[in-house]
Design a binder for this molecule. Structure first.
Ligand code: XMP
Length: 376
């Protein structure tokens, strides 16, 4: 492990050497941990010659734009231009049902928005921005062997690049990638030093194409995006209230383009089905559907009950407590291999009572493989 204070100082020096004193830099913020930490670091180094953009593409979660902008402004004092491109994205997505085509359209629209932002800056500043900040991490960089001279020796599974692929050809921007030697947990540590709020650093990953890959079929139909936002918010808030958010890699809802029959009040309904998904994972490459295991521990003569996130087989461990070494034995209570019934009942009831147009909730219990984490 490196000391993150030293890493921060070193990176600030590197950025200052690289960027000329009248050069301007742009950065696209996604609202995720990596781009936020990268931008905050570059802002420390060069101040307001950094110009950030946050794009509302109409595919964001419930109140995401407001929440993220508030963090940027109030907590991080980052200069961010917020662009509302909802119409631009949704009009291009109308009628599109093929998952890959959706992703391509979204990637292309992002580039159009960034390009327009760069041109506008050039008009205002009388000078082209020269650099682009990207929150690339070490696992994205390494192939089979780490770059020489980095002091890194880990071999780590490579995650395929999902980032909004490709830059406009005529932008000729040089890249600043201040996180490219760090792992995710180190980025979080760095973020803490840079005063990024902890709640922000612990957020679940969210895909670049946003809710478009969580609404199966045409995203513009059946009020799908709004419905999904409401359901997702109820699910995530319930998970936070239950104190289990941090033990889950990712949790979300999926809008299905099918209707089923239900009965609400004394009315027959014909409404949409929503799926809930929660998974645990180390790096997103493989994942287990979320299980919540209760361990019954026996330590000397004292029984205790502790909850831990999904652990594979472990039957004893050593514990040092108050100067005493204990060998702890435990067994797994197999009745607890999933969200607790009470929790799920509560979530489903809240969804069906509060969200119009939903009368059925399914729980996705597939791991990756054979499924992927996202449904599209
Ligand atoms: P899958 O669905 O491939 O997802 O099992 C693995 C992880 O990657 C995230 N994901 C994306 N992230 N742009 C992103 O920035 C994308 O296009 C994208 N697609 C999937 C997904 O949320 C999960 O954490």
């Amino acid at each position: 492990g490196w000391k993150m204070e030293d890493v921060m100082d070193e990176e600030i020096k590197v950025i200052n050497n690289m960027v000329g004193s009248d050069d301007h830099v742009i950065c696209a913020l996604s609202g995720g941990v990596d781009s936020t930490v990268a931008a905050t670091l570059v802002h420390r180094a060069i101040g307001d010659r950094l110009h950030c953009i946050f794009v509302d593409n109409g595919l964001l979660r419930y109140k995401e734009r407001e929440r993220v902008m508030e963090t940027f402004e109030r907590d991080l004092h980052l200069p961010v231009t917020c662009v509302d491109a909802t119409e631009q994205f949704l009009s291009k997505l109308k009628g599109v049902v093929d998952p890959e085509l959706k992703r391509k359209i979204i990637g292309k629209e992002f580039i159009c928005v960034f390009d327009a932002f760069a041109k506008e800056l050039e008009n205002n500043l009388g000078k082209k921005p020269a650099f682009l900040v990207q929150g690339t991490l070490y696992p994205d960089v390494i192939e089979s062997c780490p770059p020489p001279g980095t002091g890194r020796t880990h071999s780590h599974t490579i995650k395929s690049h999902h980032n909004v692929g490709g830059l406009p050809k005529d932008m000729k921007l040089k890249l600043i990638e201040p996180l490219k030697l760090l792992f995710k947990d180190e980025v979080r540590q760095l973020g803490r030093i840079l005063t990024v709020p902890y709640s922000f650093l612990k957020r679940h990953p969210f895909p670049g194409p946003g809710l478009a890959v969580r609404v199966l079929g045409d995203v513009t139909e059946d009020n799908a995006l709004d419905t999904l936002r409401q359901v997702d918010e109820i699910f995530i808030q319930s998970i936070k209230d239950a104190g289990i958010y941090d033990s889950i890699w990712q949790a979300f809802a999926v809008f299905l383009p099918v209707k089923s029959v239900g009965v609400q009040g004394d009315q027959r309904t014909h409404s949409h089905v929503i799926a809930l998904r929660a998974v645990t994972s180390q790096d997103g490459m493989t994942a287990d559907w979320y299980v919540f295991i209760a361990l019954h521990c026996f330590a000397l003569r004292d029984w205790c009950n502790v909850y831990v996130p999904h652990l594979s087989q472990l039957y004893t461990f050593k514990l040092e407590i108050l100067g005493r070494r204990l060998l702890v034995f435990y067994s797994i209570d197999s009745n607890m291999y999933h969200f607790e019934r009470e929790f799920l009942d509560d979530v489903v009831q809240k969804i069906c009572n509060n969200v119009r147009g939903v009368n059925r909730v399914a729980l996705d219990i597939t791991s990756k493989p054979p499924s992927t984490i996202e449904w599209e």
